[in-house]
Design a protein around this ligand. Structure first.
Ligand code: C5P
Length: 418
């Protein structure tokens, strides 16, 4: 496993000393830490202490030309897996919300394309001030993760909310976010797609159209009820994101999920299996289709125009089901069949056997099989087997984002070899 790295931004407040304990805990977990101290943080704690604990250079002032020559603020903001602001003062939160970049810490925060976690610490009145709450709402809407401060006695003899969360809590949250691995990188708007540098290290998907389905479908029973399943859409969204990152034009047909649209992806939202099929057919031709959606096998045969009522007699529910179209199988037989057609097989037992059978039955080129008997559905990690004409590959358990990247690399290799 490659080493997990965070960039820790320490801002000025009495809680800054607790950031030293945080560094110690993170190092203990095997996480590398590089620290940036604002000018006011340095009034409370010294760069020397952080240097000793991080075993790395500590960064302070953007206008130190020597530092900019050694490592620029852009590089500093990109080389970590996660940026953590702890403690985050009301001041730095306000600057982040406004996009102000007037020192190294805030410049890094504005330049980064990495996920950001904020651990606030401030006086209770500053915490409850409308301006601070407004700024926090802005950061949340931007996709920044914010920890709840603790409640208790303040350094200034007041009592209330605003204490820095305990270093152990922050360390645990950092580890959780790093292990999930598929955090949104929310801070850039969609217009930045033109500045995503293509990854030129291997085969790419430039010039290819990749079609992905993701999420569940909702099949209405009556005006208030529907048939659904536990799919979160995360694996499909991660694949769409990875394909866009590899340079493809990506169409993502998504069932009802609450996930942000990955950068560079064209998204079509649908509710039902039949709508999903229509959107998929409308998006053809495609070089690759990856059908990740957990499409409902059945829908209500007739959608009731009014809410169905029980009559109290204990009679069976007046619910007849009809089979939904199989989108994957339909594409396999389609006049405009994508050159590489990939299905998913979510199974709770004899996973690989079912996947081998499914590949043949549905006419897919590859099947990605996963065991959903645990908490895969809705979870952040996945353990899959790739079934191709050449045989079965067992991939180790990894974050869904890593499954996505590896699958996209395999697809690019396959298309390059044709
Ligand atoms: O038959 P099963 O639902 O297990 O097959 C799973 C695969 O088939 C997935 O790739 C899923 O997206 C696709 N599928 C589909 N349309 C359906 C049912 C499944 O495209 N109606």
């Amino acid at each position: 496993m490659t080493q997990r790295r965070i960039l820790l931004i320490v801002t000025g407040g009495i809680a800054a000393y607790k950031a030293l304990e945080l560094v110690r805990l993170l190092r203990h977990k095997g996480i590398a830490v590089r620290a940036v101290l604002t000018r006011s943080a340095q009034e409370f704690v010294t760069p020397l202490s952080f240097g000793v604990l991080t075993e790395d250079h500590v960064y302070g002032d953007m206008f130190d030309l020597k530092e900019e020559r050694e490592i620029g603020h852009i590089q500093l903001s990109r080389e970590a897996d996660l940026i953590v602001v702890a403690p985050a003062t009301a001041n730095v939160i306000a600057k982040m919300a406004a996009g102000i970049a007037d020192d190294l810490a805030t410049t890094v925060l504005l330049a980064t394309d990495k996920p950001v976690l904020v651990a606030p610490a401030m006086n209770v009145r500053m915490w409850h001030h409308k301006a601070t709450q407004r700024n926090l709402a802005t950061l949340r809407a931007d996709g920044i993760a914010i920890m709840e401060p603790g409640v208790g006695a303040m350094a200034c003899n007041e009592w209330g909310k605003g204490r820095l969360p305990e270093p152990a809590e922050i360390a645990a949250e950092i580890e959780r976010l790093l292990d999930e691995g598929d955090l949104p990188r929310p801070l850039l708007t969609d217009t930045t797609r033109t500045i995503i540098a293509p990854d030129l290290s291997g085969p790419t998907l430039h010039g290819r159209h990749v079609l992905v389905t993701a999420g569940p479908t909702h099949e209405p029973i009556d005006p208030v009820r529907y048939i659904a399943n536990r799919s979160s859409g995360r694996q499909g969204f991660a694949i769409a994101a990875a394909a866009a990152q590899a340079g493809a034009k990506v169409t993502l047909v998504a069932g009802p999920v609450s996930l942000p649209t990955p950068r560079g992806v064209d998204r079509i939202d649908v509710e039902t299996a039949r709508e999903m099929l229509a959107a998929v057919e409308g998006a053809l031709p495609a070089d690759v289709a990856i059908m990740v959606a957990a499409v409902a096998d059945w829908r209500a045969a007739d959608e009731a125009p009014q809410k169905l009522k029980k009559d109290g007699s204990g009679a069976p529910a007046p619910l007849a089901l009809a089979e939904n179209p199989d989108i994957l199988a339909t594409l396999a037989r389609h006049a405009r069949r994508p050159g590489l057609l990939i299905g998913f097989a979510a199974e709770t037992e004899t996973v690989v056997d079912h996947a081998l059978a499914k590949r043949a039955r549905k006419g897919a080129d590859w099947i990605v099989a996963n065991d959903v008997s645990g908490d895969v559905m809705g979870g952040a990690r996945n353990s899959v087997h790739l079934v191709t004409a050449a045989g079965v590959e067992d991939w180790p358990d990894m974050p869904k984002s890593a499954v996505a990247t590896r699958l996209v690399e395999r697809i690019a290799d396959e298309l390059a070899g044709r």
